[in-house]
Design a protein around this ligand. Structure first.
Ligand code: ADP
Ligand code: MG
Length: 239
């Protein structure tokens, strides 16, 4: 079970740049929540505050009923997936996926079970002995997602994880991400500037502009009842 809550969350950077203003959102267990909006609207900053990679200027972040504003990133029990896949070049796919569990002294049999399950879900079981240099971009991204899955986090935080892939692979990976969401019952907070990705993946979509949340709704509701012209234009609904 995972539930996250952001209450009046604001972020002002040291240079005075206001990146996020009064952000209020409850994220329910097993939601595939999309943060979407144009470049620079504050999506990554919002995600990084949830991850603990960026300090919250004011407001509250709650995870499963515990105030987390000052909790170290590694103690938040969240897995982050970025667009650039940070794999260890000298380790095999198996060892890459096992790495974070080894560091945490998880038992060998448990590590083996989790790595093989994740590889199975991601259809990379045949690649476990390979090193990253012998993988395609899409395969590397699967390994990166696999490394996140084995940690069995409360929630996944993904920042434009598919944006470095070509169009065909992006479509394939969208199917893969939907499968992960359903099969693992995962809670996912997913940042993208791509409307199609937002509309096809999200169980709920948050549209942002200039650091402000404009609307949070299910894809269908957003499409049929956009709150203003900006949302309508961005989502591509008839206005
Ligand atoms: P998005 O992910 O939606 O493209 P970001 O969250 O990265 O947007 O950025 C939101 C705003 O905050 C932008 O105006 C950006 O320039 C600014 N910003 C991001 N990081 C920093 C930083 N470390 N210092 C100052 N301003 C920043
Ligand atoms: Mg960003």
């Amino acid at each position: 079970m995972a539930s996250l809550s952001l209450v009046n969350v604001c972020k002002t950077f040291k240079n005075g740049q206001v990146a996020v203003k009064d952000f209020n959102l409850d994220i329910k267990d097993q939601e595939f929540l999309i943060l979407v909006g144009p470049s620079g609207c504050g999506k990554s900053t919002t995600l990084r505050m949830i991850a603990g990679l960026e300090e919250i200027s004011s407001g509250e972040l709650w995870i499963d009923g515990t105030l987390m504003n000052l909790t170290a990133p590694q103690k938040r029990d969240l897995s982050m997936v970025f667009q650039s896949y940070a794999l260890y070049p000298h380790l095999t796919v198996y060892e890459n996926m096992a790495f974070s569990l080894r560091v945490r002294n998880v038992m060998k049999t448990e590590i083996d079970k989790r790595v093989r399950n994740a590889a199975d879900v991601l259809c990379i079981s045949h690649l476990l002995d390979r090193k990253p240099h012998a993988l395609s971009g899409g395969q590397k991204q699967r390994v990166a997602i696999g490394s996140a899955i084995v940690r069995e986090p409360k929630a996944y935080l993904m920042d434009e994880p598919l944006s470095n892939l070509d169009a065909k692979l992006r479509t394939q990976m969208r199917v893969e991400l939907s499968k992960i969401h359903k099969e693992l019952g995962a809670t996912i907070i997913y940042v993208t500037h791509d409307q199609v990705e937002a509309m096809t993946l999200g169980t709920r979509i948050v549209v942002m502009n200039s650091g402000v949340m404009l609307q949070a709704a299910e894809p269908k509701v957003l499409y049929q009842n956009p709150i203003n012209k900006f949302v309508a234009g961005f989502i591509g609904s008839p206005s």
